[in-house]
Each structure stands twice: as C-alpha cells, then as structure tokens.
Design a protein around this ligand. Structure first.
Ligand code: P6P
Length: 324
C-alpha cells in the first residue's frame, strides 16, 4: 500500500490531544482500540480457514447464540483496553456485568463496546464491525456498575471499525470525525478520510422492510415516505450500513415495532457511540421521540429504537413518527 506522506492514527491522536490535559490518556485508549481491531481483523480474515465460524453453542446475555469470533473479539478488546493504563471500566455486549479495572492500571476512561457487531453475517463473509463509546469518569469517582450509565451526551469520543473490503477505523472527537484505513501488512492505520461530514444529499435509506407489518401507523407512514424518495440499501450489519450512509449520505432506521417495543439495537454501545459520530459529522440520531444522546440510561444492555444519519431527513422522519 502506497502510504507516503499520510498521517498515522498514532500521529493524529498524539497531535489532537497533546495539550488537552482534561483528556490526557485518551490517545492510549484509542490506540488500544486500534491494536485490538488489528487482532480482530486477522481473526476475521482467518476465521473460515481456522474453523472459527459457527457457534460456541453458548448464548450471550442477550440470549443470542454466540459466534466464536464474538467471544474472541470481546477477549481481545478487554485485554488491550484493560492493560492500556487509562481505562477504569469496560461494558461489553458479550459480558453481563461491567469489567472494573482494579488497581493502578485503572485509569480515567470508561469504554462501552460491541466488540463484533453483525456477527450473524460472519458465515456469509459480509462486512461486520466493532463499536466503542468513551466516557470520562468524574474526578475522584470510585467506579461501580452505575458509573457506566452515563448519558450519550457525556461521551468524550466514539469510534467504530468496519471489517469489509478494507478495514476502516472511524474516530469522532469533540472536534472532528476522521477515518483511518489499516495497512494489514504493517499493521498501521493511515488517515484516509479527514474531517468527515455527512453529505447534504440523501440517496439511501436503510431499514428492514420485513418489519413493516409490525410498525404503528405513524412509523409506517414515515418509512413509506423514505421508500418513495430514496434507494434502499440494507446490509443487516449496523456498522456497514451506517458507514455507507456517513460517507455517501443516507438514513438508517430501526424503529420500535410490535415485536420489539423498545427497539432492537443497544443504547449504550451501539446507538450512543454512532449517534455521537453522526452528530459530530453534522448528522442526527433519535429514538423517534428523543435525541439518542439525551436518553437517561437505566441498564447497560437496554435496547432503543434508532433513526440515524442525515440531519434533515432524520428530523423529518422523526416528526412523522412522533406526530410533532
Ligand atoms: P435485523 C446485527 O445482528 C444487528 O445487531 C445489527 O448489526 C443490524 O443492524 C441488525 O442487527 C439487523 O437486524 O432484524 O434486520 O436482522
């Protein structure tokens, strides 16, 4: 890969946070995520050959059959984050209870993650991803389970990794959203998408049309308006669908339905991080009734409806769903 002159992720985070004392150490957290994603990318690439596909036969806290890669990815990120020296606690879709990082290795950040989202696509070689929300613990706070239940608007950064035709890490800070592409040979992430902003144009809508019969009437009308105006693109892998909409414009909608009155996706480690990325890129994220980042969390694995992407289209869709 010709990488002459491109900024590396390490150079970016060190320059970005060099003089920001209130978030010292955040660069180490991002680099721990990057290192973990390098290892996950290798596992994903080798899974079919290494017979790591298929299931462990176990079920996770969601009662879903656990794919072997889910477990491996969870362990990899817990290891890189908990040894970074700057993480106080980790919440993870695959782990019922928070992982509290004790002793002096504990640090100032709380990371909530979906270590491998879209795992039902692994067996058919479709893009999957990892999602991370990053909060800072309060000064002097003794971290406990409740410490992880902070609103999305308190995040200091968020990131996701899409393992697709290329492996791209997208990092959102208070200042910008940037994308970094992995050179798998060297293991170095290079900046390839500086200052990402969701395009004003909205060519695509992403929703599972198979759920339409279970929608309430206002939501049915909102989805019908999207169907009339935009082309449908739906991978069934949240990170892949969101990444395309972030770069090319679009809206993702997984609203509540009769079978999923609280929605399907997870507030703390899917909707909050991607909502942070979307807003920092000029977009929006809503439950259909409330800004995602304002939702007061009640428990780590709670679900939420999610309308996410191009700001104008999210707002018009929400106005139809909520009847405002
Ligand atoms: P459905 C994958 O399992 C996932 O959690 C998200 O990545 C994706 O957006 C959603 O579920 C797909 O759900 O009901 O359309 O299969």
């Amino acid at each position: 890969m010709v990488t002459g002159g491109k900024t590396t992720l390490q150079e970016y985070v060190e320059a970005e946070w060099q003089n920001k004392s209130q978030i010292q150490g955040l660069n180490a957290v991002i680099l721990a995520i990057a290192e973990g994603s390098r290892q996950v990318q290798q596992q994903v690439q080798q899974a079919a050959l290494a017979d790591a596909l298929g299931t462990t036969g176990e079920t996770n806290v969601q009662g879903e059959i656990v794919q072997r890669l889910d477990e491996a990815s969870s362990s990899i990120f817990v290891e890189t984050l908990s040894t970074s020296g700057h993480v106080a606690a980790i919440g993870c879709e695959e782990i019922e209870d928070p992982v509290i990082v004790d002793g002096e290795t504990g640090g100032g950040f709380i990371v909530l993650m979906d270590p491998l989202d879209g795992s039902s696509n692994i067996d058919v070689a479709v893009s999957i991803g990892s999602i991370f929300g990053i909060w800072k613990k309060a000064p002097g706070e003794t971290v406990n389970d409740d410490s992880l239940l902070k609103k999305g608007n308190e995040q200091v950064a968020a990131a996701y990794v899409v393992y697709g035709s290329s492996t791209v890490l997208v990092l959102a800070t208070q200042d910008a959203v940037c994308g970094f592409t992995l050179d798998a040979q060297s293991g170095i992430y290079y900046e390839t998408h500086p200052n990402i902003l969701i395009p004003d144009a909205c060519p695509y809508y992403s929703t599972n049309e198979g759920n339409s019969k279970g929608l309430d009437e206002p939501t049915k009308k909102a989805i019908a308006l999207l169907r009339d105006k935009y082309s449908q693109r739906y991978v069934g892998s949240l990170v892949a669908d969101f990444h395309r909409n972030l770069l090319k414009g679009g809206i993702f909608a997984y609203p509540a339905d009769l079978n999923r009155r609280d929605g399907r996706l997870r507030l703390m480690y899917e909707a909050n991080p991607l909502g942070f990325v979307a807003e920092q890129a000029g977009g929006a994220a809503s439950t259909g009734y409330e800004r995602i980042l304002d939702v007061l969390p009640k428990e780590l694995h709670q679900r939420t409806p999610l309308i996410l992407g191009n700001k104008d289209v999210v707002e018009s869709t929400v106005s139809v769903i909520s009847g405002d």
